[in-house]
Design a protein around this ligand. Structure first.
Ligand code: AMP
Length: 451
């Protein structure tokens, strides 16, 4: 397939020619007609697959020249680096199109950005916080937005932007096309889609169900977290074969918990990355892992997405990913460049279903290994593993029947207001970011007397 098959227009063809691009990447070929159709779209694609052009080509093809000042396309991305990168890509494609593109992000002077917005624009690329601030200041009008693109949704939600996104959805016109791209499928992404998208079309370059032949996959059935740690301790003692080990866990708390355990067992040999760590910390960790200073890296799926590290001897799935595609991405980190790689999967009885989904995607069974004899089976459970205990009888606790029934009336509107303590004090608190009082008079008096 060539770009000619996509029926673009001359300005876009000329720009692509200048870039030397002839063939659309698979995600571009897949996404073009779906995005052009105007329906809501969810694309699963990683950085480096050409996803930016996948959504920008159809958008730019259909974006008519306009003199109006309010932007018509909004692209939200999680980081300022990505703002810069996406603006750059759009500019490359727009070389022969007369459109106005602006990138805005936090941590820089908002007034300069306000001036730039006031000049009028067609496409705005932004991080959520700064976009919201500009919209609230009323300099930026979002009423003409026809297309909303959210890129790297998984990272955005992992960084805790869900609330910000909802605030932005609230001020966008209801009639709009939503286009969303994510590298990994996570529960948060799934929830966002079901809550805010209308029958989205899903596009995904089929994750190959056949893993690389040079990855040896093995599986351990392990009853719980602490036994997994014991197994890990047993395996990692072999420092020679386990010389560069990437351990995947599902969420941040688990990453920290496991990292603490590893530090206790193998002091100074491991590092950790997840989205609650600062970017500097993450970069330092990755570098220490890359240059061999640390042989063990614990990572969440979302944060490991961009990792490009060779010679990983073992990928260890400390938990079993819910989405089988994530397993394929995880194990693809080893066995690269013709080297033999190893992938281990640890599953508890609860995780067996997820393991079966992985095996059915790969159309093969993973070799089962017995737990080595000297691995102690722990009976201790972590919070998430303990059965939920339901309280049977608690006389001091109100139950549903005691709740006020229909005999009670709603408070009158004026009585429903919460007393916030006078507008002057609130204004001062806002200005100084804390309540500004002269102190407790009686307290001061008492203290004076004492002196
Ligand atoms: P992305 O996945 O959007 O971050 O893009 C990765 C890189 O691939 C960018 O530097 C693009 O300029 C480049 N690229 C995008 N589409 C194509 C294509 N069809 N052929 C060759 N390179 C491309």
């Amino acid at each position: 397939m060539t770009f000619q098959d996509l029926n673009l227009n001359t300005p876009l063809y000329n720009a692509l020619d200048d870039l030397g691009f002839v063939n659309p990447t698979p995600i571009q070929a897949e996404a073009f007609n779906v995005v052009a159709s105007g329906k809501d779209v969810v694309g699963i694609a990683q950085t480096g697959t050409g996803k930016t052009f996948a959504y920008m080509l159809p958008i730019l093809k259909h974006l008519k020249y306009s003199r109006q000042d309010n932007p018509r396309v909004l692209v939200l991305v999680p980081t300022r680096e990505l703002v810069v990168q996406v603006v750059d890509e759009i500019e490359k494609l727009s070389k022969y199109i007369n459109n106005r593109v602006l990138g805005v992000y936090g941590g820089t002077n908002i007034n300069t950005q306000k001036q730039a917005v006031a000049q009028g624009l067609d496409i705005i690329v932004a991080t959520p916080g700064r976009l919201y601030d500009l919209a609230v200041s009323r300099v930026l009008q979002l009423k003409s937005i026809q297309k909303l693109v959210i890129d790297e949704v998984d990272v955005m939600l992992d960084l805790g932007f869900r609330h910000q996104l909802m605030n932005i959805f609230d001020i966008l016109p209801e009639r709009r096309q939503n286009i969303m791209f994510s590298a990994t499928m996570t529960k948060d992404v799934d929830d966002l889609i079901t809550d805010f998208f209308i029958n989205p079309k899903k596009i995904q370059i089929a994750v190959s169900g056949t893993p690389l032949e040079n990855i040896k996959q093995s599986f351990y059935s392990v009853p719980n977290f602490y036994t997994k740690v014991n197994l890990l301790e047993h395996l990692l003692q072999d420092t020679e074969s386990y010389s560069r080990v990437l351990i995947f866990v599902a969420y941040k708390r688990m990453a920290d918990r496991l990292f603490d355990k590893l530090e206790a067992l193998f002091y100074g040999q491991s590092c950790v990355i997840h989205s609650n760590k600062t970017q500097n910390y993450r970069l330092r960790s990755i570098e220490a892992f890359r240059n061999g200073e640390h042989r063990i890296l614990v990572a969440t799926d979302v944060m490991a997405r961009g990792l490009d590290i060779d010679n990983i001897t073992h990928v260890i799935n400390f938990d079993t990913p819910d989405y089988p595609e994530n397993y394929m991405h995880r194990i693809g980190r080893t066995g690269r460049a013709e080297k033999e790689g190893n992938a281990l999967l640890f599953s508890t009885p609860k995780e067996m279903e997820a393991k079966e989904r992985i095996e059915s995607l790969m159309k093969m069974k993973i070799e089962v290994l017995d737990l080595p004899e000297d691995v102690e089976i722990s009976t201790e459970l972590i919070e998430e593993e303990r059965p939920q205990i339901r309280e049977r009888y608690n006389p001091t606790k109100r139950n549903k029947e005691d709740e006020p029934g229909p005999a009670f009336h709603e408070k009158k509107a004026k009585n429903q207001k919460v007393n916030l303590g006078g507008s002057y004090r609130r204004e001062m608190a806002k200005k100084y970011k804390k309540p500004k009082t002269r102190g407790d008079k009686n307290f001061n008096k008492r203290n004076k007397k004492r002196k």
